[in-house]
Design a protein around this ligand. Structure first.
Ligand code: FPP
Length: 246
């Protein structure tokens, strides 16, 4: 499909991160249970990957399950995990066809075994794909990621690999789950909430934020393009003044 003329192909964010929110409210408004919302969210994921790939976005990170989500009812957690396994199986061929590499961030060791196995297989099978990297944040929260990194760094201090007072930003970035990815340039959150909710707190330092009222199961091509147009309307100064970046 053609890139809309309102989009400048020379100013596409290389990494887009999305907080997919509003599945539950969307389903409840229809008199359905929350899992119905999550299942319908898979179509939005599919369409978003397609659009991102078309625009040549290199990295797309989706917040699929937070460390805080374990406090939801067991039925919803089990349903979400089953949906994840089923989606990986049903979408793998499409990921291969579209040259999508799958990656994850978060502490996967706490996910159910079948989930870890399916993810592992898909990550390995897609490892050589080059068009776009789809990063699923699973059992992820930024504070958890940072604490895991700090603990490893403390060990490095003890064995002399890091020297207190000489630790730099790069030393921390190497220990983050996102070590091999650039920082997101655009964050999208659906459902009218205006929060970052413990997502990529370090990495979003200079990201532009786009909030839309649309619930995730209704997020489509037009909404993704609107977010990119909004991104392109911003002047990114990185602490400088306007004249310096023009
Ligand atoms: C937030 O909506 C959504 C989630 C916690 C889960 C997102 C999962 C999917 C879209 C499905 C599977 C994903 C993949 C990658 C295959 P919410 O439940 O917090 O909604 P609410 O705020 O309205 O309650």
């Amino acid at each position: 499909m053609l890139i809309p003329r309102s989009i400048n192909p020379d100013n596409i964010p290389s990494h887009v991160a999305i907080i997919m929110d509003g599945n539950g409210r969307w389903a409840q408004a229809k008199g359905e249970n929350r899992l119905f919302g999550h299942s319908n969210g898979v179509e939005s994921v599919r369409e978003t990957i397609k659009c991102a790939r078309e625009l040549e976005v290199s990295y797309l990170t989706l917040y699929a399950f937070s460390t805080e989500n374990w406090s939801r009812p067991k039925e919803e957690i089990d349903g979400l995990m089953q949906l994840l396994v089923a989606s990986i199986h049903s979408e793998l061929a499409l990921l291969m066809e579209n040259n999508v590499r799958l990656a994850t961030i978060g502490n996967l060791s706490l996910l159910p075994e079948d989930c870890r196995i399916s993810l592992d297989e898909a990550v390995q099978k897609t490892a050589k794909n080059k068009d776009i990297t789809l990063i699923l944040a699973l059992n992820y929260s930024s504070r958890d990621e940072l604490m895991r990194a700090f603990n490893r760094m403390a060990t490095d201090v003890l064995n002399g690999k890091l020297i207190p007072g000489k630790i730099g930003q790069k030393d921390l970035e190497k220990e983050l789950d996102t070590a091999s990815f650039p920082d997101p340039e655009l964050l999208i959150r659906t459902s009218g909430e205006h929060r970052v909710s413990n997502f990529l707190l370090w990495q979003l330092a200079y990201a532009e934020m786009h909030f839309t009222n649309v619930y995730w199961p209704e997020f489509r091509r037009q909404h993704f393009m609107d977010a990119i147009i909004d991104f392109q309307s911003r002047e990114r100064r990185f602490g400088k003044i306007s004249e310096q970046v023009r």
